[in-house]
Design a protein around this ligand. Structure first.
Ligand code: FMN
Length: 187
């Protein structure tokens, strides 16, 4: 099982596509939505949570702290926060655990499981940079929503797929979302 959390950073399409791709695998999904992510779903994608959550996924709102994933004893392959706001980053960096997203992330770190934050903000202030260092030191992965252009993207979908593909790489999940430099350089 992989936990996917959507937060209120711009780039909600990354989260939608991630859910879309993972729902075509046999991996069980637990999806957590922050209140602001639901606003971003509407603002940036004209979507409702019901449009993007696959029927077999478990879904929780961020205030549901009694969900099973609030405990480290719930076995998971890891957690992806996509997109990840600077507020949620700060909460994780400081062990604040005041909602289901930051608490589940806290559990990933304490159980030494994979935690990937697809962070989205620019430019970054010193506090945000320090929070990224703190999460990295604790074992998390900061994966900026920063698409590469070496595969010559021609659409927004290509840019989104690059970031989602890089995220899947963190879990060694096979995909063909973008052509890696490894393959391009051998042409
Ligand atoms: C349209 C919109 C875009 C936003 N984009 C970002 C962003 O890219 N990065 C970020 O850190 N916060 C962004 N925010 C601010 C967060 O939504 C805000 O800090 C919120 O408290 C995050 O809460 P959450 O992490 O619980 O979802 C944006 C807010 C709005 C309304």
């Amino acid at each position: 099982m992989i936990i996917i959390a959507l937060t209120g950073a711009s780039g909600i399409r990354y989260g939608i596509r991630l859910i879309d791709v993972l729902s075509s695998t046999d991996i069980d999904l637990t999806i957590i939505l922050s209140e602001t992510s639901r606003k971003l779903l509407l603002m940036e994608a004209g979507a409702d949570q019901l449009d993007v959550i696959p029927p077999r996924a478990k879904i929780y709102q961020a205030d549901q702290l009694d969900a099973s994933v609030a405990s480290g004893s719930t076995k998971t392959q890891g957690m992806i926060i996509c997109p990840c706001s600077m507020k949620t980053l700060a909460s994780i960096a400081h062990g604040f655990a005041d909602n289901l997203i930051s608490r589940a992330a806290d559990c990933m770190l304490k159980e030494r499981r994979k935690l990937v934050l697809v962070a989205r903000e620019t430019p970054l202030n010193l506090i945000q940079l320090r929070n990224m260092v703190a999460v990295t030191e604790a074992g998390g992965v900061i994966l900026p929503a920063s698409p590469g252009f070496y595969a010559r993207p021609t659409s927004i979908d290509d840019l989104v797929d690059f970031v989602v593909g890089k995220t899947l790489d963190q879990f060694d999940i096979e995909h063909d979302l973008f052509l890696s430099w490894d393959k391009i350089s051998k042409r």
